[in-house]
Design a protein around this ligand. Sequence first.
Ligand code: S3P
Length: 447
Amino acid sequence: MSHSHPPAPLAARRSGPLMGRVRVPGDKSISHRAMIFGLLSTGRTTVEGLLEGDDVLATATACRALGATIERTGEGRWTVDGVGVGALLPPSEPLDFGNAGTGSRLMMGVVAGHGITAVFDGDASLRKRPMRRVLDPLVEMGADVMDAAEGGRLPLTLRGTADPIPVSYETPVPSAQVKSAVLLAALNSPGRTTVIEREATRDHTEKMLRHFGADVTVTQEGEHGRRIVLEGRPDLKGTHVSVPADPSSAAFPLVAALIVPGSDVVIESMMDNPLRTGLLTTLLEMGADIEVLDRRSEGGEDVVDLRVRAGRLKGVDVPPERAPAMIDEYPVLAVAAAFAEGATRMRGLSELRVKESDRLAAVADGLALCGVTARIEGDDLIVDGGAVQGGGPVATHLDHRIAMSFLVMGLASETPVTVDDGTMIATSFPAFSGLMEGLGAKIGPAA
Ligand code: S3P
């Protein structure tokens, strides 16, 4: 898919105190998986709180192409009538995932485990991202990569197998997408598949497998890792999925409330999965004024309401083993760090180089443009906190989180911050500008 909208530059200006209560949209990871598990189940899956962003809609379109009947029944409410494991239809058109790494990689697992062939494509950002990390184990399980762009990138053609070989696979990088692709391929395997990860990553696939009726066991592996064992060919049955609010989206109003003087904001029903909340841990270490008002369970996930008040932050050293639990939050953490006293060192960020953009470079460049001293040392990012000048336009490289992070920065910088394009925000958080404006943030088209 080409990036079809013309770029829309946005600006954020120094704002008065942010005030109010917000609930951010549904979790992107869980929303993708709700569609995919709906496809792979027999009967009807009902979803509430689905993130209706471009990434998830691309996954829904791909699920339709493989045989699911999917309908929107209300805001965030969807039904998926699946076909069941082993019964997918061959798609007649290329599957276009736009900007969505998760959608494309998870669906590669789905296709690899079925006797069908599919063409995978995406936008300029997705076409740059590494796919071998997913294709290597899928080929080990019996799939064939018939055609691919240089380095195994999109567009590529994947031919799956109706009898995927059960494997024992240790992921070479900490990646929930790689883990999930192997587990999804293994669903149609006539045996037991094991995935080992040295560092635990988000566990939504494992939880959802169990929720839809598969037999999965998860045990500790070493100090930080997990071993996941899945029995193949389960009878997955459609069920109800309630999608909690996305902590990766909540990160933006959260950091904004911390850095805009006088702010007092409540963030409602944020998913509180420990494999996703590394940012919260880090901000608390920085001295952030964040109070947990209520912790409860909603639809199988723990959720919390957070009261966030602006105040002084101090620089910290963020250990590398925390990276998987906050991998998408480093750009906005770097913004918080820019306003903190002293330096923040974020260690072990190699995976940031292969996100929707090279986020390590994009963050360092954007900070420098806005007068913040930041440097990359090996795989570490070091940000010196202090007064933030502002400036731009920051290059967002088709990356929603770079756009939102720098807009948050502009709410508290001396002069406005502009970003070159805000259209990609629609991939994960279409309501971002409106929700932030509702709190008092000054965000709008750049002059
Ligand atoms: C995701 C996993 C992470 C994350 C992405 C969503 C998922 O990617 O960055 O936004 O839903 O599985 P990696 O698996 O590449 O770390």
